[in-house]
Ligand binder design. Structure first.
Ligand code: C2E
Ligand code: CA
Ligand code: CA
Length: 555
């Protein structure tokens, strides 16, 4: 069995009382003394008894006979006490062994657990080194396991975990270890011949393929991929930190696994030194984002959206920027994914939308405001209520707000997404499908979800003219929009040529660097002021509105 570590004890303290009982010398001493006394008195008394029975001698002294009988009683008592004690000890030893196994085993999958894998790895390392072998530590983490749990229930999740453990176990050599470290994370420790390290690559490759096979559950087919990090003791030359070798292996395999996740999941990496620096940067980024949100370092920038037929300004798309004190102006591609992962995207986004609503109230009421929403936010059943609350708080007409969601939102729990979209639309907010063409939305979804607009992804638009395919694709999307009665916005209009081509395709809206880069609140204000598109009597921004002061206090 790959997970048998019966020899790697040391994790459970020996029971001192048990050890004392085992050495219960008093009981043993009484028995031995009684036996010695029995031999001494018996040697004297018994011949006299025999002679008296045969009528050849006098009866023994009654006192001596009593001593002998007392002696026999003592031997029986001592012996019984001693044998009771030993069987009790044996029973307690068995119970202790059971407790130790339970403490070291993951009850769901029967493999080792986080607590026992360290000592077991160290024991295996010692054994392997003695026979000149290396030990690979393989960290296996299921991708998107939470979604499977959420969508199909915890029982389905458990079945998937057990099936994954079985599949891994079946692939491991006899002397390998398997542990479940928690949630959806497994570790394998595999001794191997250092001359053939490619065998570990082969093993991990098979492991990734095998786990990806569907698992049957009540007629459903559950599928999961894994991200894997690998490291080996051969890599560890020195241990300056005072950690055990197993701890270093776990740490490094974890970093490599994390790297595999970052690189798109469903793959494996061997640990390399630079990964650690990357991880440190990432953790600094997380800290910076947390601090930046509370210090108001995140600000809205705005990109113009133009009616291509008339050339008139139709509104702005709000794009988040981070004024980081250490990194300078940071784009959303860097911080949005991190904020999503650390669970701060909702908070960040609501603060930005709130600022944008305040900014947009100064604009001409015909101008719309588009905001981008992360798929994570659409998991929140209260999302539409939160938006509506902000609209009411800032007295912003819902029809001026447009919410851009990407196709990846449609892979989320579609029921929740649908009810959020419907509830927003009922209030008058419009919904656009962003980055259209890059995801996998089906025509059915397009028809059944009440979108107001499609935004063609800039990767197609900016290639118009450069490649014939892009040209055809954009035309096809425009006619799809026509057919579905969905107006279209083209993103990424970078020059006059693209604009001219788009104008031949129909009445589109558009945006892109041709019209200018995204701008700050103040730059937009100046632009609108020059165009006479600023609401007259706009409040001076230097005096905070009472409402927003209130919010800062409570938020
Ligand atoms: P997006 O929604 O597709 O936004 C358009 C992106 O394209 C912006 O990048 C914009 O600066 C850039 N862009 C505009 N015109 C052109 C052009 O002509 N050529 C090229 N090459 N690029 C152009 P940005 O601001 O870096 O935003 C990147 C993405 O970050 C956005 O893509 C959006 O998905 C996301 N994002 C931005 N702000 C937020 C936010 O507040 N919340 C969420 N969840 N996502 C946001
Ligand atoms: Ca967008
Ligand atoms: Ca887009």
């Amino acid at each position: 069995m790959p997970h048998d570590i019966s020899n790697s004890s040391g994790s459970v303290e020996p029971d001192r009382a048990l050890v004392r009982a085992e050495r219960d010398l008093v009981a043993l001493g009484i028995t031995v003394a009684a036996i010695v006394l029995f031999v001494a008195t018996g040697g004297m008394v018994l011949p006299q008894v025999v002679r008296s029975w045969m009528g050849t001698g006098v009866a023994p002294d009654p006192l001596l006979v009593s001593v002998l009988l007392l002696n026999i009683a003592l031997v029986i008592f001592g012996w019984r006490r001693y044998s009771e004690l030993t069987s009790e000890i044996a029973e307690r030893r068995r119970a202790e062994e059971r407790a130790r196994r339970l403490a070291e085993t993951d009850p769901l999958t029967g493999s080792l657990n986080r607590r026992s894998i360290g000592p077991a790895t160290d024991a295996l390392l010692t054994l392997a080194k003695d026979d000149g072998r290396s030990v690979a530590f393989v960290m296996v983490d299921l991708d998107n396991f939470k979604t499977i749990n959420d969508v199909n229930g915890h029982q389905a999740g458990d079945i998937l975990l057990c099936a994954s453990a079985d599949r891994i176990r079946a692939l491991l050599p006899r002397d390998a270890l398997l542990a479940r470290l928690g949630g959806d994370e497994f570790a394998c420790v595999v001794p191997y011949d250092p001359r053939y390290s490619d065998r570990i690559d082969h093993l991990v490759g098979m492991l990734i393929d095998r786990i990806a096979q569907p698992v049957d559950y009540n007629g459903l087919s559950l599928e999961v991929t894994v991200s894997v990090g690998v490291t080996a003791n051969a890599d560890i030359e020195c241990l300056q930190t005072g950690e055990s070798e197993a701890q270093v292996l776990i740490h490094r395999a974890d970093i490599a696994m994390y790297h595999a996740k970052k690189q798109g999941k469903n793959r494996f990496f061997w640990f390399e030194e630079p990964m650690e620096a990357e991880l440190r940067f990432r953790s600094e980024l997380e800290t910076g984002i947390r601090r930046g949100i509370s210090r108001g370092e995140f600000v809205p920038y705005y990109e113009q959206q133009i009616d291509l037929a008339t050339g008139e300004l139709a509104g702005f798309e709000m794009l988040a920027r981070w004024n980081s004190p250490s990194l300078g102006l940071v784009g959303p591609d860097v911080f949005i994914p991190v904020a999503e992962e650390i669970g701060l995207i909702g908070d960040l986004s609501e603060r930005l939308i709130e600022q944008a609503l305040q900014d947009a109230r100064e604009w001409d009421p015909r101008l719309s405001l588009s905001v981008n929403i992360s798929p994570i936010q659409l998991r929140d059943p209260w999302f539409s209520q939160k938006i509506l609350k902000l609209l009411v708080k800032h007295n912003f007409p819902p029809h001026r707000l447009d919410i851009e969601i990407t196709e990846s939102c449609l892979h989320e729990n579609i029921g929740v997404v649908r009810s959020i979209i419907t509830s927003l639309k009922n209030q008058g907010v419009t919904i656009s499908l962003d980055d259209f063409g890059t995801g996998f939305s089906s025509l059915t979804q397009l028809r059944t979800l009440p979108f107001d607009r499609l935004k063609i992804d800039r990767s197609f638009v900016s290639e118009i003219g450069a490649t014939e395919d892009s040209d055809k694709l954009v035309r096809a999307i425009v006619s799809l929009g026509d057919g579905l009665d969905l107006p279209i916005t083209a993103e990424g209009i970078e020059d006059m040529d693209i604009l001219a081509k788009l104008r031949t395709m129909g009445p589109l809206k558009g945006q892109g660097y041709h019209y200018g880069r995204p701008e700050t609140t103040e730059a937009v204000r100046q632009r609108l002021e020059a165009a006479g598109l600023l609401v007259s009597g706009t409040p001076d921004r230097s005096t905070p509105e009472p409402e927003s002061t209130e919010h800062r206090k409570t938020g």
